[in-house]
Design a protein around this ligand. Structure first.
Ligand code: 5GP
Length: 168
């Protein structure tokens, strides 16, 4: 089994506050926080509160099918956000990790044509990521266990448990 970086819910609370503080210290005041579902939703929610930004949007991207296993390219799933909402706005894209960076690049490029400015914030960034995020809490090259996905989905007593792809 490869080494893992382990994020607990408690440490996540610290991480998201520190990440928000670095954004505030930098003077970036986003009009919109755009979360990449599902992992980015936790990060985006924490950042939106900490940065006092009430405008939270969401985009669904599918890429990983297991530990280190991906589709060829990430794809945006419907419903795709209405780009008109981003016109001339300062957007902060929030995600849990920039690994290959392909997911963030997809969303970043989607925003670029419309927004006044777009920056990205992640809890973790890996060294091989093809995008360099403006705001990163921690750098690692290990596989990360996130508190929201480390456990398998719950199941009713007596029913077969679902497989957890990330725990394999
Ligand atoms: P990327 O497109 O940057 O390769 O990865 C995007 C998404 O893949 C992340 O938002 C995350 O959901 C998932 N992912 C990538 N690396 C890891 C990892 O080390 N651990 C976990 N749990 N998910 C990851």
């Amino acid at each position: 089994k490869q080494l893992r970086e382990n994020l607990t819910y408690e440490l996540f609370g610290t991480a998201v506050r520190e990440l928000a503080q670095s954004i505030a210290d930098d003077g970036y005041e986003p009009d919109i926080v755009l979360s990449i579902a599902r992992g980015g939703v936790f990060v985006a929610g924490g950042l939106a509160y900490a940065l006092d930004c009430k405008n939270l949007h969401l985009v669904n991207v599918e890429f990983y099918t297991g530990v280190g296993e991906t589709l060829e390219m990430p794809v945006m799933l419907a419903p795709v956000p209405n780009a008109i909402d981003f016109t001339d706005k300062k957007v902060l894209i929030a995600d849990d990790v920039a690994d290959t960076g392909k997911t963030l690049k997809l969303v970043h490029d989607f925003c670029l044509d419309h927004v006044a400015e777009v920056r990205s914030a992640v809890i973790y960034e890996k060294s091989h990521s093809l995008v360099k995020c403006e705001y990163v809490w921690k750098r690692t090259d290990e596989w990360i266990n996130f508190p929201w996905s480390v456990l398998p989905p719950v199941h009713r007593a007596g029913e077969a448990p679902k497989e957890n792809l990330e725990a394999l």
